[in-house]
Write a protein that binds this ligand. Structure first.
Ligand SMILES: Nc1ncnc2c1ncn2[C@@H]1O[C@H](COP(=O)(O)OP(=O)(O)OP(=O)(O)O)[C@@H](O)[C@H]1O
Ligand SMILES: [Mg+2]
Length: 282
């Protein structure tokens, strides 16, 4: 189900120094604060259908917005990560979220090609849960799996790996009683190998489909990682190792989409071509 993993950035006409002040002021006195919203930019996953896009625009219009713009989340993430998406060069962004990983090649404010796979952080947790059950006969919950992933999960080996251990509490599958098991970092990495390989394959497929000139730019500039999944230790090294292309992690991966959407609003005229839908088209 498509949902608003959406992020809204609201541009109010009552904001100091912007918009038609006369009109905005009169209305701001009469209507609720929400109704003063003039322009809304909404980030949407790149794979949504035309019907879903229209539904989002309609919902925002009904809420009082007069100018609704849609931006594909990978584009917003790339802008938030500081990629020069307006330039005539190729940029690759990989946004590893909770439910989906979106890989996109961008140039001249537009998406040249993109791929979305329903494998991301949640699938890594599921893989850890399954591994604990199969190998350690231990039933653990979603939150414990998340803790394991964040504290000792990694996508690529490091020197201190073997010494990185953690005690995990859960329910023993056979006795039904609480039990503590000690696990090591390499086995956590191994448990996540399959979902990680699906993410890597999506990146490789997108690179293979990229036009040669843009691919050359990506080789020069590297791949940019965004989304919470970019915080998994060693994910940049793994992607770099698998693709042969240097891979960077955005400064604030969890906030790239919101930062990018905000930047679009601040530079609305210069970045007007980034939108993938607008209330004016409907
Ligand atoms: N330090 C970390 N190490 C590994 N994974 C992390 C870390 N911090 C957050 N995550 C993971 O990042 C994911 C959430 O990222 P993000 O907020 O970008 O997703 P989202 O935008 O809500 O999801 P989607 O884009 O799929 O709709 C979760 O799966 C979370 O476990
Ligand atoms: Mg996301």
């Amino acid at each position: 189900m498509f949902l608003l993993s959406v992020l809204l950035s609201i541009y109010s006409a009552t904001r100091k120094g912007t918009g038609n002040r006369e009109q905005g002021t009169v209305r701001s006195e009469r209507v609720s604060r929400f109704r003063n919203v003039l322009r809304i930019v909404i980030g949407i996953p790149s794979g949504v259908t035309g019907v879903e896009r229209r539904a989002v625009i309609e919902a925002a219009s009904q809420a009082g917005a007069r100018d609704v713009r849609l931006i594909d989340e990978p584009v917003a993430a790339a802008i938030g990560a500081g990629l020069p998406v307006a330039e005539p060069t190729g940029n690759m962004i990989v946004d590893i979220g909770g439910g989906t990983t979106e890989v996109a090649v961008l140039s001249l404010q537009g998406t040249v090609l993109s791929e979305s796979v329903r494998v991301a952080g949640d699938e890594l947790n599921d893989a850890i849960i399954l591994y604990m059950k199969k190998v350690h006969n231990l039933v653990i919950g979603e939150q414990t799996a998340e803790d394991i992933k964040i504290k000792m999960g990694s996508a690529y080996p490091t020197y201190a790996d073997e010494d990185n251990i953690m005690e995990v509490r859960g329910i023993h599958l056979l006795s039904g009683l609480p039990r503590t098991v000690t696990i090591k970092a390499p086995e956590v990495r191994e448990s996540m190998a399959e979902p990680l390989s699906i993410i890597i394959d999506a990146v490789k497929r997108t690179l293979e489909r990229t036009p040669p000139e843009l691919a050359a730019d990506i080789i020069d500039r590297g791949i940019m990682l965004a989304g919470g999944g970019a915080l998994l230790k060693g994910i940049d090294t793994l992607i770099s190792h698998e693709t042969g292309i240097i891979t960077h992690i955005a400064a604030d991966p969890l906030c790239c989409v919101v930062l990018g959407t905000g930047r679009v609003l601040e530079n609305f005229k210069q970045l007007e071509r980034v939108f993938s839908g607008s209330s004016r088209n409907f």
